[in-house]
Design a protein. Structure first.
Length: 61
């Protein structure tokens, strides 16, 4: 299954970003294809086939 996640920031130390990273890992281990649209990829290595930077989603711009 293809799953899309939209989040203001991924790779940060806030609770939402950390919990989202855990869910992404679980979903990938279950065999799902995960796509991420985020306003900021703080300490996250982008996979350009599955991750999309959309700056308007960032809380800090």
């Amino acid at each position: 299954m293809r799953i899309g996640i939209i989040i203001g920031r991924i790779g940060g130390v806030d609770g939402v970003a950390l919990e989202t990273e855990k869910w992404i890992d679980v979903l990938k281990k279950l065999g799902h294809e995960v796509f991420i649209m985020s306003g900021e990829f703080e300490s996250w290595t982008m996979d350009y086939d599955h991750d999309y930077l959309f700056p308007a989603l960032s809380f800090f711009r």
